[in-house]
Write a protein that binds this ligand. Structure first.
Ligand SMILES: Nc1nc2c(ncn2[C@@H]2O[C@H](COP(=O)(O)OP(=O)(O)OP(=O)(O)O)[C@@H](O)[C@H]2O)c(=O)[nH]1
Ligand SMILES: [Mg+2]
Length: 1029
């Protein structure tokens, strides 16, 4: 069953925006090739790959699943993937195991937000894509376009998709969302619609045969190849010449019987491109005549005759013209034949694919010189055999598991590949829970995998060169059984060759989400998969009956393993927190927990929304922002309780671009700084990196991004004022050498700078100078690490003891900074985008050293003093934020809505209620559909989709993608003071509509923090920009 000839294998996935028809297409491919798995009549109705109850009920695919098909002499492993944003992690898992992608686009709806996302995913994973334009029937019967109009539309979509691809190719690509953020104009995207002439070759070219035009619902489809061959045989022309002519501005001159370009048809009134004349017009005629009351028998008969189709009379006599049409069309242009031929023709076999994908799968490692060469040699050998897709039994065996999935144990095959009974398998879990069995969704990249074989399971952090220190990242496991996946069905096999997709039983205990399997320890783990978003919708859950807590915990453990994208954590307050990608995903997780994994009733809290805390700053005047760091007045000062240390803290708002870089680089930074341990709660890594993993040095890459970010700020300044820009640049050049720590968790978007080396110190105290550790790690010191500022310019000779003490207190300052940045003053949420300078001056203790009592005190103080410094630094950092116009920062979704004109008004109603900011509104050419793009705060997004559906009676749909953090301009402590303000807002005694305050209060309430308490004694009186409008 498993193909041993690698050249005859294709591993492909179907990717698209939600509802563009992936599962319907998969149905036809299965019916056409699956050997009786699915009756052609049921294709498109059954949705074979949506075998979960919840998928059938909601008609949404929720997971990716694979099926092994045979087409002619080829084996095709087809993976259907979900299009809904909530399940986009499943797209990553599907793409990793595939070599080619069928990218579907609904011809009526056009390119949508997830189309961008899946194209990007395919590009990152180095898949070979083919384009499938689906739902052509809707152009005919729903939009009632003429063939020429339909052609223009199809041309536009192909151009648009090519535009997206060429954007990725030239690596200048910034996602639509990102660029819109930068320009704030909302006008981006239009250039994609222009018919730009690209100098590089387009990815998708119908004349090359990698674009299919299909109607999955009615089961027909074609590429230019089918028509060119047909006309070639009919007219005796060359099919390759016809192939080139059947797309683009090529015309048929009836007089000369020649194919001519645009110039050649001047004067011909009825000339239309050959694609319109020879492809679309016949289709339109068949459709239109078939739908006429008389059933258009004449024309259908003509088609049947000229194509020699074998349509049973019974089907032709059906009363429903649609069914008659389907039987004729699906025989004339059978969908699975044309799509599968395209797959075999255009997509690479595993051998070709792996040699192309190797740089993504196993990037070359930069190694130091003094490494163990035996290990390196073998690891290189392993890499080579992955590159060659070596399927000989002697080759090292390497596989990648892209996810684990749960199958009810009763659905597992009871017999092995040779018919032997498998009843006696003990569940590897050992927990006695045999209801669910965990299988690994995997692809073999080298060698042959056999059931019963022992392999090493390598986690992403494994490093073969590190020997014993990485033991926890490698385990040995025995593969119990191997299965070929047939949708829900599993066919046991004894061995599987390189280049195939397989399900593996026996790894449930060893793998949580994904892993590399290898027959040798001397192998690098595969590069991690790229996920489009992080699970961000968090709720706290608890059993309805406290006695069920054990069952719930077990259920959560199982769910965590079964779902590649769910996050399960315990919050600092002891709640069990479940993180999902969105509402639909969350609903399914809760249902799975209740009915499958925990089997107890559970209570679900309202969503826990994350916020950030920051200060106002002035984006238009970054120089002034920095001034707060240098001016000697703008600080907050606090004394430790023992009176020996004065802590002075200054704060500044970091440039937005810098904050963004820090926010997006948490993982890289964790690697570089090695601060992984402290960082447990990076719960919202927004807009996960725009870049692709390349084989480059992470430190250099990070440094470059940081510098680029600063350059943005500087270049904005230099437009108006060159001098100031230069000053700003010099200031930052100095600051870059003063990075002491990032926070919270050592990798967050806040920076602790070491104190200014030039500050004046009065004689009696000693400044804790800190050390620019982070600058050093990042290589920002340019070799001047030695000459960081002298400890003190104090004229007095400072006792060695005091110096030592100052050194030990450095850690306390960093810890204080970490604590403060992890919980800000407004509502204990992490700080965001702030730079702190902490100056701590310690003075010698005043007690006489020979007084025995004070000596005792001194000793005691040694233990307490660092704690006091830490607490004081923390308090001072929080207080200085309050002093500098604190602002609450919320996460924003980028939201794309589609609706018909008549629902537009109501849709705006829903958007307004939820503080949405509309970016762009666009009528889709040639259809009554509107596309609206907007930002919606995450806190307002719950129930948004439902609300929208209800208000518009299902006429509008929305998709949300996490986009960025945004500070609310509103002052949470705004109290009207001037006469004018009191007149406008009242005297503050009545409750104001202060959104920022409301958000803060709700978080404080949830956390059990005092709410009524005046957090600020002397609020900065100020009017915000928001209120001015
Ligand atoms: N008119 C028309 N409708 C189609 C066509 N193909 C699919 N549909 C319909 O589009 C809807 C969505 O189809 P699915 O195949 O479930 O879409 P999907 O892409 O798998 O959706 P998700 O997996 O949830 O992302 C169904 O109602 C189909 O009947 C087509 O060619 N023409
Ligand atoms: Mg589907």
């Amino acid at each position: 069953m498993v193909d041993s000839n690698v050249h005859n294998v294709r591993n492909i996935c179907i990717l698209a925006h939600v509802d563009h028809g992936k599962t319907t297409l998969a149905d036809h491919l299965i019916a056409g090739t699956g050997g009786g798995l699915l009756h052609p009549k049921m294709a498109g109705k059954l949705r074979f790959m949506d075998f979960l109850d919840e998928e059938q009920r909601r008609a949404i695919t929720m997971k990716s699943s694979s099926i092994a098909l045979k087409f002619r002499d080829c084996s095709i492993n087809l993976i259907d993937s979900p299009g809904h944003m909530d399940f986009c992690s499943e797209v990553s898992t599907a793409a990793r195991l595939s070599d080619g992608a069928l990218v579907l686009v609904d011809a009526v709806e056009g390119v949508h937000i997830q189309t961008h996302a899946v194209l990007r995913q395919a590009w990152i994973e180095k898949l070979t894509p083919c384009l499938v334009l689906n739902k052509l029937d809707r152009l005919i019967s729903e939009l009632e376009l003429t063939p020429m109009e339909a052609y223009t539309r199809l041309l536009r979509i192909v151009h648009e998709v090519n535009g997206i691809m060429s954007g990725y190719k030239s690596e200048k690509y910034l996602s639509d969302v990102d660029s819109m953020l930068a320009s704030q104009s909302g006008e981006v995207g239009d250039e994609n619609l222009e018919f730009v002439e690209d100098d590089e070759e387009d990815t998708f070219q119908p004349q090359k045969g990698n674009v299919a035009f299909v109607c999955a619902l009615d089961g027909w489809g074609f590429t230019i190849n089918e028509f060119s061959e047909f006309y070639a045989s009919k007219f005796g022309a060359s099919s390759s010449a016809l192939r080139k002519a059947l797309w683009g501005p090529r015309y048929f001159d009836p007089k000369s019987k020649m194919i001519v370009g645009k110039k050649g048809i001047e004067g011909l009134s009825k000339a239309r491109p050959m694609f319109v004349q020879f492809v679309l017009e016949p289709l339109w005629q068949v459709y239109q005549s078939a739908m006429k009351p008389d059933g258009g028998k004449g024309l259908l008969d003509k088609v049947i005759k000229s194509f020699n189709l074998n349509v049973p009379q019974r089907e032709l006599q059906n009363k429903d013209p649609k069914l008659v049409l389907q039987s004729v069309m699906s025989r004339w242009l059978p969908l699975s034949d044309s799509v599968m031929s395209m797959v075999v023709r255009c997509m690479p076999d595993p051998m070709a694919a792996q040699s192309f994908r190797i740089s993504r799968l196993l990037p070359k490692r930069l190694l130091q010189d003094e490494v163990d060469s035996v290990v390196v040699e073998e690891a290189e050998l392993v890499r080579k055999s992955v590159e060659l897709c070596d399927s000989t039994p002697e080759a090292p065996c390497v596989a990648f598991v892209s996810k684990m999935f749960a199958v009810p144990t009763k659905l597992l095959p009871r017999r092995g590949p040779n018919g032997e009974s498998l009843e006696n398998y003990v569940d590897e879990d050992g927990s006695g829970d045999s209801d669910e069995c965990f299988l690994a969704f995997a692809r073999i990249f080298s060698g042959v995998l056999c059931s019963g074989q022992k392999v090493f399971v390598l986690s992403a952090l494994y490093d073969p060169l590190k020997g014993d220190s990485v033991q926890k990242h490698v385990q040995e496991a025995e593969l119990q059984s191997l299965y070929l996946m047939m949708g829900q069905g599993l066919v046991p096999v004894t061995s599987v060759n390189a280049g195939n997709v397989v399900a593996i039983r026996g790894l449930g205990q060893h793998i949580l989400k994904s892993a590399t399997l290898s027959s040798t320890r001397n192998c690098w783990p595969f590069a991690s998969m790229a996920f489009q978003v992080a699970p961000t919708l968090r709720v706290a859950i608890e059993p309805s009956d406290p006695a069920d807590i054990g069952a719930l915990m077990k259920g959560l453990r199982l769910l965590n393993r079964a779902d590649p994208f769910v996050g399960v954590t315990v919050s600092s307050r002891g709640e069990h927190v479940l993180a999902a990608a969105g509402e639909v995903h969350l609903e399914r997780c809760i249902k799975d927990l209740k009915e499958r994994f925990a089997k107890v009733n559970i209570e679900v809290s309202p969503p826990l929304v994350s916020y950030r805390e920051s200060i106002e700053g002035d984006a238009s005047n970054p120089v002034d922002n920095l001034r707060t760091l240098t001016s000697s007045s703008d600080y907050f000062e606090k004394l430790t309780p023992n009176g020996r240390c004065v802590v002075r803290v200054q704060v500044t708002k970091l440039p937005a671009a810098v904050t963004k870089v820090l926010d997006e680089s948490t993982e890289t930074l964790a690697d570089i700084i090695g601060g992984k341990h402290g960082q447990t709660k990076v719960d919202l890594p927004l807009a996960q990196g725009t870049g692709v993993l390349l084989d480059e040095n992470p430190i250099e890459a990070f440094k470059k991004r940081l510098m680029d970010a600063l350059e943005i700020d500087i270049s904005m300044l230099s437009e108006n004022d060159k001098d100031r820009a230069e000053k700003y640049r010099i200031k930052w050049q100095k600051l870059l050498k003063r990075f002491w720590a990032f926070g919270p968790g050592q990798v967050g978007p806040n920076i602790l700078f070491t104190p200014d080396p030039k500050i004046e110190i009065d004689d009696s105290s000693f400044l804790i100078v800190g050390s620019p550790q982070v600058s050093e790690r990042l290589g920002l010191l340019d070799g001047c690490s030695e000459d960081h500022p002298p400890a003190s310019t104090s004229s007095e000779i400072i006792s060695e003891e005091l110096r030592l003490e100052a050194e030990t207190l450095q850690n306390s300052i960093v810890s204080g900074f970490q604590l403060a940045t992890s919980a800000g003053p407004l509502c204990d949420e992490p700080m965001w985008g702030l730079g702190f300078v902490v100056e701590a001056h310690i003075s010698p203790s005043t007690e006489q050293p020979d007084d025995p009592e004070s000596k005792h005190q001194n000793l005691e103080q040694h233990g307490i003093f660092p704690g006091q410094v830490m607490a004081t630094v923390k308090d001072a950092c929080r207080a200085v934020v309050l002093q500098n116009k604190p602002r609450i920062v919320e996460a924003m979704y980028f939201c794309e809505l589609n609706t018909r004109t008549e629902h537009l008004g109501r849709m705006y109603g829903v958007l307004n209620k939820r503080r949405a900011r509309v970016l762009k509104e666009e009528m889709q050419e040639g259809s009554p559909l509107f596309t609206v793009q907007a930002y919606v705060p995450v806190s307002e997004s719950f129930g948004f989709a439902d609300d929208l559906r209800r208000e518009t009676s299902g006429g509008a749909s929305a998709l949300l993608v996490l986009s960025h953090w945004e500070a609310l301009p509103e002052d949470p402590f705004f109290v009207p003071k001037t006469e004018e303000e009191i007149e406008e807002f009242g005297d503050g005694s009545s409750v104001l509509h202060n959104t920022a305050r409301k958000l803060i209060d709700s978080v404080r309430r949830r956390k059990g923090l005092p709410v009524e308490e005046k957090v600020v004694q002397h609020a900065n009186k100020q009017r915000t920009r928001a209120r001015k409008v």
